[in-house]
Design a protein around this ligand. Structure first.
Ligand code: ZN
Length: 278
């Protein structure tokens, strides 16, 4: 490959990397938003694995009734007034992420979105005045700023803001005259804000790769059990004893390890051990 072609590829890579990362982070925020809103209404989980990641164990399953309004998971998708939030960390995280993404959408709109067109309109006085083009203003692709009396696009919640930002970051809908491409400094900014939003959501949901010593010992060797969560991954538990532990679990890096659905077996054994001791 010629050095020119190499330089061009390097430049392309530099230009597209923040876009790809921002898109991945925005999607991760959207996918976990319902969980975060649901977490606000529940007391913080003191157990491991975090309640939010226990879906596969089916322990947190609640009966679903038909005819409810559309939800993702069990949560309505708009952050509402909570008269008595049970998890203040989750509420703080949701408010922070909403504020940051709404502000980012405002900034992007300022740069890449054409202001509402004005069209000439006859006035009773006989003169012609410039009036707001209602069709242009109501274009559903637009981002609307908040005003004192109107929340604008904020009324549609974080989900729509994230989708709209993703469209601008990816340069969608550039065939009309409503949007122009986002400049590099705004793409970088969008990537930073999206990465921070994802970290905030995952920390609040305890999916940020933390390690916790479990209070119960290993049911097979009485060794220390360690729980781990990682962003986007399934939770895992390892026994600290090493190969000497006789648990029916596979060895990973020399430790008995249970992952995802395998944790059901470990849970059952821990339960049985507790009952024996009780
Ligand atoms: Zn063990």
């Amino acid at each position: 490959m010629s050095s020119n072609a190499r330089a061009l590829l390097d430049e392309l890579d530099r230009a597209t990397r923040p876009v790809a990362q921002a898109v991945a982070d925005l999607r991760a925020v959207r996918e976990q938003w319902g969980d975060l809103l649901a977490a606000i209404e529940r007391p913080p989980a003191a157990q491991w694995p975090p309640r939010e990641t226990r879906g596969f164990l089916d322990l947190a399953a609640e009966p679903r009734t038909d005819g409810e309004r559309p939800t993702v998971g069990r949560a309505p998708l708009t952050l509402r007034e909570h008269p008595a939030p049970l998890n203040l960390d989750a509420l703080d995280a949701a408010l922070e992420v909403e504020r940051d993404l709404f502000e980012l959408a405002d900034q992007l709109a300022e740069y890449v979105q054409r202001p509402v067109r004005r069209i000439p309109k006859p006035h009773p006085s006989g003169r012609t005045v410039a009036a707001v083009d209602a069709r242009d203003r109501n274009n559903p692709a637009r981002w609307h700023y908040a005003s004192q009396s109107d929340p604008g696009s904020r009324a549609y919640g974080l989900h729509w803001a994230a989708v709209w930002i993703e469209g601008r970051v990816c340069g969608e809908d550039l065939d009309g005259d409503l949007f122009t491409p986002a400049p590099a400094h705004l793409l970088d900014r969008a990537a930073r804000v999206a990465a921070r939003a994802r970290r905030t959501v995952e920390r609040a949901l305890e999916r940020d790769g933390r390690t916790t010593d479990l209070p119960d010992p290993c049911p097979w060797c009485r060794g220390q059990l360690v729980g781990q969560t990682r962003p986007g991954g399934e939770p895992a538990v390892t026994c600290s004893t090493g190969e000497g532990c006789g648990a029916p679990a596979r060895l990973e890096a020399g430790r008995r390890t249970w992952r995802g659905a395998e944790l059901v077996g470990l849970w059952a054994a821990m339960d049985a051990a507790r009952n024996r001791e009780a």
